[in-house]
Design a protein around this ligand. Structure first.
Ligand SMILES: [Zn+2]
Ligand SMILES: [Zn+2]
Length: 106
């Protein structure tokens, strides 16, 4: 089987991003959750894996301004707060899926 990858990424509405996967799965993400789970070194302590983002510090008005595919494995988000160092691997995005099916597994 091919490695898991997004087939299509689209903005569903102002605050929701949708991803259709190459295995047929459909994900919807509140964009704020994606920003809160930014995996870059400024947002996650590299050694402990601890989140450095203060809970509640991401405003509801946060929006992705730009998305860029990085190689075949990740998506780089540029956020409306100017933050653009997070590389979201396809694996991470799938882990963050908020659909009922995935939430049950957590
Ligand atoms: Zn970050
Ligand atoms: Zn899901």
């Amino acid at each position: 089987m091919a490695t898991l990858a997004p087939k299509n990424i689209r903005q569903i509405n102002e605050t929701t991003l949708g991803i259709s996967w190459n295995d047929g799965h459909e994900s919807e993400f509140p964009v704020k959750i994606l920003r809160e789970n930014c995996p870059c070194a400024n947002c996650i302590d590299e050694w402990s894996g601890k989140k450095l983002i203060v809970p509640g510090s991401i405003p509801d008005s946060i929006r992705p301004r730009n998305l860029k595919a990085v190689g075949l494995y990740a998506i780089q988000f540029e956020w409306s707060d100017g933050h653009d160092t997070g590389l979201y691997t396809h694996e991470l995005l799938r882990q963050l899926c908020q659909c009922p099916e995935c939430l049950i597994k957590k």
